[in-house]
Design a protein around this ligand. Structure first.
Ligand code: BGC
Length: 725
């Protein structure tokens, strides 16, 4: 009896469970691509030519039209890469103050990359996707994945790295995170938008090898590994053709070679020609400046209807574009099934904080100046405009209006509490072409003298005021930095403060390197704090006081002098306004510094910790054009910490010249004091190959390769030679 009851119960339970699973599956299983295309074909059959063409261009500043008659909705896009942008309404409304749109301001791209933690990339993307979703957006216009080629590029803060492998790993996490929320990511700017100077017309010339090895891999990974649903064409030209209308880049490489199924949208105002746009890959034209004319006057507007009717353009080409747009609509659940998003939640701000904690980089720490012991310190002089300045709305289209943003000063005050007196003085002022202000320096020196510790928070600026990005904005869209010199007399300030108080910590904010040569020898501690998002001030303070052990690593080389950066050594940057020839070729970033034996200020991958690590037991088992690498990493210090174990590969002898080393794998390892962990890297043939542009193909040449592991490109701890057949 007992058995019978339990059998019946078991069967009932099983049936019940199966019903629940089936119901869930019905609600959740996404349509297969085949099913999606079937639906699309049915929709296409019902659409008039005018309705199809209506979908190929914007119908407001950030939307494109659907077909209301057939229940095809509009698509809504939104900047940007590190937070959903303030609401622009349907037409760049300036009257948007009433809109509740205070998003989470995530650390900018370069800070995310400094975490070297792809899992955080996913969490970051998921926050963005969730907030985009909650705000009714379908496509988030990020990640920005252009290679950091020159430290002068005003948009480096939005991008990630000089290294294609690192960008690829972080971008894939980000894209999957965004798209896990049922909205689309948009990989931008395809391709070679590596400078803002003359971005609207400069023609980028580079070798096929540089294209394949340096500038394409992140976009390839975005498509083939990340499954990104949309890609934005860049403003600039590539080999003579605008990127948005570039047959080789879009039709041949992106859509054919990489098998990209989603839509290619133009950057805002980047389409220049109807036929080229149609033939060469643009699916959706955004942002064209019509000087007040209606949206159907876009290049991909009414003219297209006329051209099809005249027989110049085959309607099949229009169908192909509409098919891609509808595909993205299905993938983003525009026809039903979208889960609600969440906006500005505690959990989202917690992710922002985590990314900042792991992204801020400790560049120098002589005599254990950091962490600041709260018991030993009674007073801190905080100095510098960036200590008290809000950054979220700087920088151009990636600006974010956030619910809150903790400045470094606020973060320091929070931890200092009543136990430590914190004073603040700006030390310099942001004025056009501003030089040192002696009065402000004197006041800072006085404050530094009186305090146990001075913390100078300076570096670049993001925008002169909250909305303008053209005036004194060094990290901003539409402009590049004139040089790497510290603006507003900060060198004089820092030198004077260090003299007044040798226990001075310099915190640099910005999207990349700045020339620190005037004072770096004297400064006992230097921290790179980027633009670290809503919780940046808290994260910085936690690191300064040792509540968080820093684990960020530089995603780009910091040169000693601008003139020593490859784009500036070999030329060309920024080109002659018509062309820019990437003569630095594949020798971008550390590939140049290490091959040409140029000492950087701070190396690619560099970042200190409050603990120490030991690398041991490097073992390599080669196989067919591949190898399995194992090593053991141990935390040999007294506090818990994380090390980014970086694996570099060098081809000992090759037909074409190769860099001294190239990053081919990495893992962030979290270890308690005394703890060891064995880690394994599987290197496939991608880790050993290079692009031979004479053969027009990737090649792995047999022979000896050196495998190196360490904490930066200049801190190789263990290495071994492996012979590949
Ligand atoms: C930028 C894009 C941005 C777009 C829309 C352009 O100026 O280059 O990155 O997504 O504007 O704001």
């Amino acid at each position: 009896m007992i058995q019978a009851i339990s059998k019946t119960t078991a069967v009932c339970l099983l049936v019940f469970a199966a019903m629940i699973i089936a119901k869930r599956a019905a609600a959740q299983v996404p349509l297969s691509d085949a099913a999606i295309y079937q639906k699309i074909e049915a929709q296409l059959k019902q659409m008039t030519l005018e309705e199809k063409v209506g979908m190929l261009h914007a119908n407001s500043s950030f939307t494109s039209a659907g077909v209301p008659r057939l229940n095809i909705p509009e698509l809504t896009t939104s900047d940007g890469p590190h937070g959903v942008r303030m609401e622009h309404g349907r037409d760049w409304s300036t009257d948007n103050d009433h809109v509740f749109d205070s998003a989470t301001y995530l650390p900018t791209g370069v800070c995310l990359a400094s975490t070297w933690n792809p899992k955080l990339g996913f969490e970051y993307g998921a926050v963005l996707g969730s907030e985009a979703n909650a705000r009714g957006k379908d496509i988030i216009l990020g990640p920005g994945i252009n290679i950091i080629r020159s430290p002068l590029n005003g948009r480096n803060f939005e991008y990630q790295s000089e290294d294609p492998y690192l960008v690829s790993k972080m971008a894939v996490g980000y894209i999957k995170g965004v798209q896990s929320q049922g909205v689309a990511a948009c990989a931008k700017h395809f391709l070679a938008n590596n400078q803002e100077t003359e971005r609207g017309r400069v023609n980028v010339l580079m070798s096929e090898r540089a294209l394949r090895e340096i500038y394409l891999p992140a976009f390839k990974a975005a498509v083939t590994e990340g499954g990104v649903y949309s890609v934005m064409g860049a403003y600039n030209k590539f080999r003579g053709q605008f990127c948005t209308e570039n047959d080789y880049l879009i039709n041949k490489i992106l859509k054919t070679e990489f098998g990209f199924k989603g839509l290619v949208m133009s950057d805002w105002g980047a389409v220049h020609n109807t036929l080229e746009g149609l033939w060469n890959g643009t699916d959706l034209e955004m942002g064209t400046d019509l000087m007040g004319a209606p949206y159907n006057k876009f290049f991909l507007g009414d003219t297209v209807v006329t051209l099809v009717k005249k027989g110049v353009i085959d309607e099949k080409l229009i169908n192909e574009k509409v098919r891609r747009i509808l595909y993205v609509m299905y993938k983003t659940n525009k026809f039903g099934g979208r889960q609600p998003g969440a906006f500005s939640t505690e959990a989202h701000f917690a992710t922002a904080r985590k990314v900042a904690e792991e992204g801020i980089v400790l560049l120098k720490n002589q005599n254990n100046t950091l962490p600041l012991g709260t018991a030993a310190i009674k007073s801190i002089a905080v100095i510098g405009v960036n200590a008290a300045r809000l950054q979220s709305q700087g920088g151009g289209s990636s600006q974010v209006r956030t619910r809150y943003e903790i400045t470094p000063l606020e973060g320091i005050k929070r931890i200092a509490g009543n136990a430590i007196a914190v004073s603040y003085t700006p030390g310099y002022e942001i004025v056009k072409n501003g030089t040192a202000n002696q009065q402000l320096i004197d006041a800072a020196v006085e404050a530094a003298k009186k305090a146990d510790v001075a913390v100078v928070v300076g570096g670049w600026t993001h925008g002169y005021n909250n909305y303008s990005w053209t005036d004194n904005a060094y990290d901003a869209e539409g402009t590049d930095k004139p040089n790497l010199d510290m603006p507003f007399g900060q060198n004089e300030l820092i030198e004077a403060v260090i003299k007044a108080n040798p226990k001075t910590v310099v915190v640099l904010m910005g999207g990349g390197p700045i020339d620190v040569s005037a004072w770096v020898q004297q400064a006992p501690a230097v921290v790179q704090a980027w633009y670290a998002g809503s919780e940046g001030g808290n994260a910085l303070a936690e690191i300064l006081f040792g509540q968080v052990n820093p684990s960020g690593k530089l995603p780009m080389t910091f040169p000693k002098k601008l003139a020593e950066s490859p784009a500036h050594v070999f030329g060309e940057y920024p080109g002659d306004t018509v062309n820019v020839h990437y003569k630095d070729d594949i020798f971008v970033g550390y590939r140049y510094f290490d091959t040409y034996k140029v000492e950087p200020q701070f190396a690619f991958g560099h970042g200190l910790s409050y603990t120490t690590f030991r690398y041991a037991g490097l073992n390599i088992v080669p196989a067919n054009q591949s190898a399995v690498v194992t090593l053991t990493i141990t935390n040999t210090g007294k506090v818990a910490g994380a090390e980014v174990v970086q694996l570099y590969v060098k081809d000992n002898v090759s037909t074409l010249r190769r860099p001294e080393k190239e990053l081919k794998a990495f893992e962030k390892v979290f270890l308690k004091p005394g703890e060891s962990k064995k880690i394994t890297f599987s290197l496939s043939k991608e880790a050993f190959q290079y692009y031979n542009d004479l053969k027009q193909q990737w090649v792995v040449e047999p022979g000896a390769f050196i495998i190196m592991a360490g904490g930066s490109s200049r801190d190789i701890q263990v290495s071994k030679v492996v012979e590949l057949k």
